[in-house]
Design a binder for this molecule. Structure first.
Ligand code: NAP
Length: 256
């Protein structure tokens, strides 16, 4: 698998799964545009990519929930590289919020997880049509598995699933593929950024591990490998599909 001469744009590249994607694509020789709001973290990831392969990625400080930022992300990428081959829509966040939760939690997550992703993709599409490139969206197993405390977040991920399929159907005849990965829990800042303390997050993941068929938690590097496969020529016949990566969680508790 080789991404030499390919331009890969990754949102939410300043940490977690997005940072792992940046390192994975860097190792595969991609030219990278990395997006996030935290400049220090973004530069840190870009520095590691440079150490790995010698190419310093373009870093773009941007908030995908802001319309002007979405246009600027694409403009800066095209100004630097002249084209776009792969868009990884990874930026997103979780606020635990169920049916009695504040509706503002839902609005905030929609603005980034769905509206921002939708608008950024819209701006990227003309360039992906030129290169016959592809898109990989980062959804979640909770788009399919109801967990009441994650209702609002899950709704944004369920929207991402149908967004992926509709876009794949619309863009397929013009040679652009669109796929998604649906990870189970991964030990990143997702849980601690807005909802749980570090201790709570670790306890949650520890407890969960015992119930998982493979008795382990997916890592962000595992997800990055799947994303890079879907973005590669090896996946040239795959479009509109969901790829669960969860160590078997969706199969249910093996002791049940
Ligand atoms: N961890 C899990 O268990 C899990 C499972 C399934 C799916 N996912 C999905 O995986 C994706 C990555 O999450 P993660 O687990 O890696 O969490 P994370 O470590 O918290 O990373 C989230 C990334 O998204 C960026 N981000 C958030 N809001 C943004 C915005 N408005 N504009 C631009 N960047 C934004 C953050 O960067 P800045 O703070 O620098 O902006 C950060 O780089 C998310 O879509 C999440 O829903 C995670």
């Amino acid at each position: 698998m080789d991404f030499s001469n390919k331009v890969v744009l990754i949102t939410g590249a300043s940490g977690g799964i997005g940072a792992s994607c940046a390192l994975r694509f860097a190792a595969l020789n991609a030219n990278l545009a990395l997006v996030g709001r935290n400049v220090e973290n973004l530069n840190n990831v870009a520095g590691k990519c440079k150490e790995l392969k010698g190419n310093r990625p373009l870093t773009i400080k941007a908030d995908i929930s802001i319309d002007d930022d979405d246009q600027r992300i694409i403009t800066e990428t095209i100004d630097r590289y002249g084209k776009l081959d792969v868009l990884v829509n990874n930026a997103g966040f979780l606020i635990m919020s169920g049916i009695t939760g504040d509706i503002k939690n839902f609005d905030k997550m929609v603005a980034t997880n769905i509206r921002g992703t939708y608008l950024l993709t819209q701006k990227a599409v003309p360039h992906l049509l030129e290169t016959k490139g592809n898109i990989v969206n980062v959804s979640s197993v909770v788009s399919m598995k109801p967990i009441p405390s994650m209702m609002a977040y899950s709704m944004t991920k369920a929207a991402m699933d149908i967004f992926t399929k509709c876009a794949a159907l619309e863009l397929g005849p013009n040679g652009v593929r669109v796929n998604m990965v649906n990870p189970g829990p991964v030990n990143t800042n997702l849980f601690t950024a807005n909802s749980l303390s570090q201790d709570q997050s670790e306890q949650f993941l520890d407890k969960l591990t015992g119930l998982i068929p493979l008795k382990k938690i997916v890592t962000s590097d595992d997800v990055a490998k799947l994303i890079s496969f879907l973005a590669s020529e090896d996946a040239n016949c795959i479009t509109g599909t969901s790829h669960i990566i969860d160590c078997g969680i969706m199969l249910g508790d093996p002791n049940a």
